[in-house]
Design a protein around this ligand. Structure first.
Ligand SMILES: *Cc1c(COP(=O)(O)O)cnc(C)c1O
Length: 394
């Protein structure tokens, strides 16, 4: 209890600790699929809800619950729901909030698969969606229809780094009685708490910053109120989107260093963004911490830091972008983000290669765009690496 009220770092280190674990300082891995009942009555009470004992790991498990409680507390919500992946989280929310004939309003450059599942699969059940630039609240308002059941925003968005005003969108959503869901993956709970700004549900691809070590795929959802929490949990359990205890253990271990990892990486990111902005081969740089970022003031208000993600456009387009990827030596050529290691990728030929050119441009994905997830290495080494890779393409 005392730990819940303390500072962010104290919470990171201590949240989720179990009281009765034989003195183990870390949360043990309860690697079991099922839990024994003391007797028939106890089993009956667990099923009826009279006793909150564990039944079966898909429904709940102490290691997983420790992680769920931790993230719920960091996001100031009613409860957390851990999932097998970030997409497990997205789909648990979609299935809870969207029904036949429902309409969704979402960020145009939202994470690719979050958009693709709607257009390819939910459309088979009559679900439709409008994807707009949510950094313009008027566009969100104009997209709302009588059957809109959910607004989903991703901020900062991927890979364009556009920032959406969560407070403003929450006001619009609630005027129409629509729940607002925020994909908070790019910020982590350390930099932004959407529920405090009016959102009803927040989720993360835990694969990224929360775990932070590129060794787990997972997701987590936090709902502000009990009702929505129960609805989404019911979907997660019955559609089998649950996390595994070993996965939960690794993430609970990774989250303890969330703030120091982000502090170091974002200090590096700020220096790299400034350096890139001055480089003659770089057309523009998108980093919320730069004064040149169109929503720099909003980022300052809404976030507690500018994060570790940078997008920049190389002069020369598609082939230059690809050549640059082959020239970097320290930065690892890989998708994903939010880990301790610096990752680099070329969206036009990688993550967003499946989208047609017109839609790509509409979402801001240009041919020379490079996305950098800055890690905690020595910043001089990272700049040296980018510098030699750029030199090679001149
Ligand atoms: C990676 C990611 C997801 C999907 O998460 P997985 O763990 O890969 O399923 C969703 N949203 C954003 C912003 C992401 O970066």
């Amino acid at each position: 209890m005392k730990k819940k009220k303390s500072g962010f770092n104290t919470k990171l280190v201590h949240l989720g600790e179990l009281e009765d674990s034989m003195g183990s300082v870390t949360v043990p891995i309860f690697q079991t699929s099922t839990f024994s009942f003391k007797n028939a009555q106890h089993g009956a009470d667990c099923f009826s809800g009279k006793d909150d004992g564990y039944i079966y790991t898909r429904l709940g498990n102490p290691t997983i619950n420790a992680l769920e409680e931790t993230i719920a507390e960091l996001e100031n919500g009613f409860g957390g729901i851990a999932t097998s992946s970030g997409m497990g989280a997205v789909n648990s929310i979609y299935l809870a909030l969207l029904g036949q004939g429902a309409h969704l309003v979402s960020t145009a450059s939202v994470y690719g698969p979050s958009r693709n599942v709607i257009e390819k699969h939910y459309s088979r059940f009559g679900v439709e969606a409008t994807f707009v630039d949510t950094s313009d609240p008027d566009k969100v308002k104009q997209s709302i229809k009588s059957n809109t059941r959910m607004i989903l925003v991703e901020t900062p968005s991927n890979p364009t780094m556009q920032i959406t005003d969560i407070r403003k969108i929450a006001e619009i959503a609630h005027k129409y009685g629509i729940p607002l869901v925020v994909d908070n993956t790019f910020s982590s709970p350390y930099l932004q708490n959407p529920l405090d700004l009016g959102a009803d549900v927040v989720f993360h691809s835990i694969t990224k910053f929360i775990n932070g070590h590129a060794d787990v795929v997972g997701g987590v959802i936090v709902a502000k109120e009990e009702n929505l929490y129960k609805q989404i949990r019911d979907i997660m359990v019955n559609f089998g989107c649950n996390m595994d205890p070993h996965q939960a253990y690794l993430v609970h271990r990774g989250v303890k260093t969330l703030s120091i990892r982000i502090e170091k990486a974002q200090e590096n990111a700020a220096k790299i963004a400034q350096w890139l902005e001055k480089h003659p081969l770089v057309k523009w740089v998108k980093y919320p911490g730069l004064r040149s970022h169109p929503q720099h003031e909003l980022a300052k208000k809404q976030m507690r830091g500018f994060g570790t993600m940078i997008s920049f456009e190389l002069k020369g387009g598609h082939n230059t972008g690809k050549a640059f990827m082959d020239n970097v030596e320290l930065a690892i050529l890989a998708v994903s983000l939010g880990g301790i290691e610096t990752l680099i990728q070329h969206p036009a030929s990688m993550t967003h290669s499946g989208i047609n050119k017109e839609e790509k441009l509409k979402a801001g994905i240009t041919d020379g765009l490079v996305r950098l997830s800055v890690g905690i290495e020595n910043v001089e080494d990272l700049i040296d690496d980018l510098s030699q890779a750029l030199d090679k393409i001149t």
